[in-house]
Design a protein around this ligand. Structure first.
Ligand SMILES: Cc1cc2nc3c(=O)[nH]c(=O)nc-3n(C[C@H](O)[C@H](O)[C@H](O)COP(=O)(O)OP(=O)(O)OC[C@H]3O[C@@H](n4cnc5c(N)ncnc54)[C@H](O)[C@@H]3O)c2cc1C
Length: 909
């Protein structure tokens, strides 16, 4: 067995030669390690623990209880996720639960995981999940229930300035959620981890409560504790099919190789098998994930301190932890290898994949760069294990839209161990209470549409997803793979005109238009990335001013369009129940309304156009496509009287925005557009150019005057050409999402999924003027109660002061807000307001009583108290902000006066 150094020296520091040697077998590492570390045993499953010893996991004998005929919940998958769900259901008092595992517990991906428990991921909701997991593993370990958790802390290091900004943004969030995070000098990093190379460190942080755990210990402990409370764990039992009721709407049972179990709930925790299992039900359930090869290297012991902190060097895309006196080092190579595209081999239990040293070399270079002492350590094993990744690198969790009571918790994207505690808790709560406590939209299975489940799409996308795990989380960063998938018919034309695109739900959305062809940067699928003043600032400014002074033309084809209709008035009754605004308005009216859950929180915030007596078109953001449809369909009358159709692809949508929009369109449309004839929030069908059947709604989503044109897609090119060729005299300009965002944030308009979520209510957002009290609707009771008791958070607009637009990092959303020096909430979105000449954020303020999240009732006087001093934290620096609960006045803000005659115009606050 040769040390890495000697191998490197053999090649005069050339790692490649080392790898070649290893590969050629001259070092015969593979054979040796195969015996030591690959376990495929009969009867007893074993796992590799953090201390390097092989511990016995559960045995088939231990778990072989007979298959019951029925259970309340059946969980498929005995990895860290499935056992966590079982444990948490038992903790909540549900013990009529059966967990089925086709092999032995932890035999899938869990057993070969590195077991890093890092709590900071830059997203408050996810951080809370990870912090919950960490606390649980520590508590269990302290109680003598093995999880292998050791609180060794973790060090994160930055090699570049931008990485430092990203880390400082994280530190600002950490402070608000009670996650200890200390800035440390390279010298202090060296004191904590003497093996570290520190000469190129720009910045470092230490998270003392982070650590590392033993994944198979966690699984065994979860399973054992669940069993103690009555949960049945059955190994060697494969789920063949999930059975549904005669209408194929709800779970009824599972069919397995050992027989059938009737059940009420099913939870797909099948890891990398999750997508295939999703196909084995009627209807199929989409679980968009694909396996990738995932590597780490383990050395033999060379005196490494067991409490060496976990080290993350994201600029080198590598991480390290102590492992049995040696080091386990792994990482996220830029382009991963997708695996098991056709199928996962039979009996893939406690198995690894063929190692590929050439592929690992890019990480090995970085590993040896950061811990040079590893050169002299002997290699124990290069582990190549499959892990499943989702299209956006976040877990896939929640009740599936296709079948009621069918839950999924899979696609952990290399974060399954740190996620498991929190996700198990959330899924158990969701099943038992009907919803989780945390808003889990970031990981909700309903954030996908069908294209995401396309196997070829997944194969191409996950290769990139793995590689971006440690990339700098710039604002507007996007994937390059599997793009140009859902496009408007105008895509090629707008591309020629300099459009730079970003994608949501696989739909390409123009972000802004490059004024000159970029020579050094020609990728139009992603904007130039920065935390500071972006290079597109001037381009966006001129688009913004076109909307304020002339006409802006924005291709919004990506929005979700759902048609609802009935033969009689059933659709009206249905929508009155679903919506908080009164939707029984004359045909031709557009109503802006919230759609709420029973807590009064927003399930959606949309425009409803009454296009015929018993037909409405619902318009909402692209991200709501699956969720909004699902929410409506779950509540449809059982007699089938209301029909729902997703008509998103039928219409190309152009938003014509600006003070000259009316005169401009007047030339092209046959109908009168004067505000008395075509009032705001109304819809008419019109001809435009030579095209017909265009649904024109007088509204914008920015608070400015204008029209949303829903154009049958076959006319899209003609209509666009007509508009563009006639627009010159009106200062018409193509505009993109960035300018649109500035307009709407300046106008204090909230968007669902960004500013509004299932836990925010109209009263908290100052939108109760849209809530009609004289009719029952879902959520009404909760809203009435809240009205009586008062609110605990308030949606606000914040104008950033004393900020140097050129040299200071910008706010991008996700910044902590302080009131009189005390943490008061988070911003939800941000943009530069060109009229107000200031950065503007939207967000919520709250009066926390302590650090447990308890809050006092607040009111507008508290928010607007002239003595209250508000600040936001941008990457570690506090900037004063001016708070507001209405859109600020500005000469460029539309008012009744500068719009059209004296007609009531917009529903603004
Ligand atoms: C090299 C590597 C390093 C990693 N390091 C970390 C880390 O440091 N920190 C971290 O948080 N995460 C890490 N991960 C990720 C983590 O290991 C996984 O996300 C996690 O183990 C996934 O757990 P799971 O329960 O979803 O899947 P699995 O462990 O694969 O469990 C799924 C189970 O379902 C069973 N199953 C499938 N189909 C059926 C069926 N039809 N019937 C019955 N049973 C079925 C399978 O046999 C399997 O046991 C790492 C992963 C790898 C590969």
């Amino acid at each position: 067995m040769l040390p890495l150094r000697s191998k490197i020296r053999l090649g005069s520091g050339n790692v490649k030669k080392t790898c070649q040697k290893l590969k050629s077998g001259s070092l015969s590492l593979r054979q040796e390690h195969k015996h030591r570390f690959l376990f495929t045993r009969t009867g007893v499953s074993s796992a590799w623990n953090h201390d390097g010893r092989v511990r016995q996991a559960s045995t088939s004998a231990e778990s072989s209880v007979g298959l019951p005929d029925q259970a309340r919940v059946v969980i498929c998958g005995g990895g860290v996720i499935g056992t966590s769900v079982a444990y948490h259901l038992a903790e909540l008092g549900w013990s009529d639960v059966v967990l089925l595992e086709q092999g032995s517990l932890s035999c899938g991906t869990t057993w070969h995981s590195a077991g890093l428990i890092g709590q900071m991921k830059g997203n408050t909701a996810l951080n809370k999940l990870y912090m919950y997991s960490r606390d649980l593993y520590k508590r269990l370990e302290d109680q003598g229930e093995a999880t292998g958790f050791k609180p060794c802390g973790s060090i994160s290091i930055a090699r570049t300035h931008d990485r430092m900004v990203a880390m400082k943004r994280n530190a600002a969030v950490a402070k608000t959620i009670g996650l200890e995070c200390h800035e440390i000098t390279p010298k202090e990093a060296l004191d904590l981890a003497p093996l570290l190379r520190t000469d190129d460190i720009e910045y470092a942080q230490f998270f003392p409560t982070d650590g590392a755990a033993s994944p198979s210990d966690i699984v065994n402990t979860f399973a054992r504790l669940a069993k103690q409370k009555g949960v049945k764990v059955i190994e060697k039992c494969q789920v063949n099919q999930v059975l549904t009721d005669e209408k194929h709407k709800e779970v009824r049972g599972v069919d397995t190789n050992l027989g059938t179990i009737r059940c009420e709930y099913f939870v797909n925790c099948a890891g990398q098998w999750g997508r295939e299992l999703g196909k084995r039900s009627e209807p199929r359930v989409r679980v968009p994930l694909h396996s990738c090869e995932h590597y780490h290297l383990v050395t033999k012991p060379f005196g490494v301190d067991p409490m060496m902190p976990v080290i993350r060097d994201p600029d080198g895309a590598v991480y390290f932890r102590e492992w049995s006196g040696g080091i386990l080092a792994g990482g996220f190579e830029p382009t991963a290898k997708a695996v098991f595209h056709e199928h996962i081999p039979e009996k893939f239990e406690f198995q690894l994949l063929q190692e590929d040293w050439d592929h690992f070399q890019i990480l090995l270079d970085q590993i040896l760069h950061r811990i040079p002492a590893m050169e002299s350590a002997e290699v124990r094993q290069l582990t190549n294990g499959p892990e499943s990744f989702s299209p956006d690198g976040r877990a896939i969790v929640g009740e599936c839209p296709e079948i009621r009571k069918y839950f999924v918790a899979a696609g952990m994207s290399s974060l399954g161990i740190v996620s498991a505690g929190g996700i198990g808790h959330a899924v158990a709560e969701w099943i038992v209470n009907g919803e989780p406590t945390w808003d889990l939209w970031a990981v909700d299975v309903k954030r996908f549409v069908d294209l995401h489940n396309n196997k070829k799409f997944l194969r191409d996308r996950v290769k990139e997803v793995l590689g971006t795990t440690y990339s700098i989380p710039y604002p507007e960063c996007d994937y390059r793979s599997s793009r140009k998938l859902r496009t408007s018919p105008l895509y090629p034309i707008l591309l020629e005109q300099g459009a730079v695109y970003g994608s949501t739900m696989g739909f390409e959305r123009p972000l802004y238009f490059e004024e000159q062809t970029r020579e050094e940067y020609t990728d139009n699928t992603i904007p130039r990335l920065t935390f500071y003043r972006p290079s597109w600032f001037d381009a966006v400014a001129s688009e913004y001013w076109a909307c304020k002074e002339g006409v802006g033309l924005f291709d919004m084809s990506y929005v979700t369009k759902i048609e609802l209709k009935s033969a009689g008035t059933e659709v009206v009754d249905f929508l009155q129940k679903m919506c908080s605004n009164d939707i029984d308005k004359p045909v031709g009216t557009v109503i802006h309304t919230g759609v709420h859950n029973h807590k009064g929180g927003y399930e959606n915030d949309c425009s409803l156009a009454r296009v015929a007596e018993n037909c409405y078109m619902m318009i909402s953001l692209s991200t709501t496509q699956t969720r909004a449809y699902n929410w409506l369909s779950q509540h449809l009358p059982a007699n089938g009287s209301v029909i729902l159709s997703d008509v998103s692809s039928m219409y190309t949508t152009l938003n014509v925005i600006g003070p000259k929009a009316k005169d401009f369109l007047h030339e092209l449309a046959e109908i009168p557009l004067h505000i008395t004839k075509f009032p705001s929030m109304t819809v008419k069908t019109m001809y435009l150019g030579h095209a017909s059947g265009i649904k024109a709604m007088r509204l914008t989503h920015t608070g400015d005057d204008g029209w949303m044109l829903y154009i049958p897609s076959e006319y899209a090119l003609h209509v666009y050409d007509t508009l563009i060729s006639s627009g010159h005299d009106y200062g018409l300009k193509n505009v993109g999402l960035m300018a649109h965002r500035s307009l709407r944030i300046e106008k204090y308009l909230a968007y669902w999924g960004i500013d509004l979520d299932s836990n925010s209510t109209p009263l908290e957002c100052g939108r109760d003027f849209r809530v009609k009290k004289n009719k029952p609707f879902i959520g009404q009771e909760a809203l009435l109660k809240q009205k009586e008791e008062g609110i605990k958070k308030r949606f606000v607009q914040l104008l950033v002061e004393d900020h140097d637009n050129h040299s200071d990092p910008w706010p991008w959303g996700g910044e902590p807000i302080y009131r009189n020096g005390k943490f008061a909430g988070m911003t939800t979105s941000a943009a530069y307001g060109f009229s107000l000449e200031s950065h503007i954020c939207l967000g919520y303020v709250q009066d926390f009583t302590d650090n447990t999240g308890n809050r006092n009732i607040i009111n507008e006087n508290w928010v607007m108290d002239p003595n209250a001093k508000y600040e936001i934290d941008i990457a570690g620096r506090r900037f004063p902000v001016k708070v507001g609960i209405s859109a600020p006045k500005s000469p460029y803000m539309p008012t009744q006066h500068n719009l059209d005659d004296h007609y009531p115009m917009y529903e603004t606050q």
